[in-house]
Design a protein around this ligand. Sequence first.
Ligand SMILES: [Zn+2]
Length: 54
Amino acid sequence: MINMVKESTYSGGRVYVCEKCGLKYRERIWAEKCEEFCTKHNACSIEITKHAIK
Ligand SMILES: [Zn+2]
């Protein structure tokens, strides 16, 4: 399955964006998990979003 996680920059560093909810992550793995969860459940998991960049 192809994931749609988008790369972006934030504070001069590379970040990964969940295209469903728009949250940014330092690690691609979390953006992928977030997007998978958001797509399946149409909601975010706090266990995942706690890894997001504030
Ligand atoms: Zn998400």
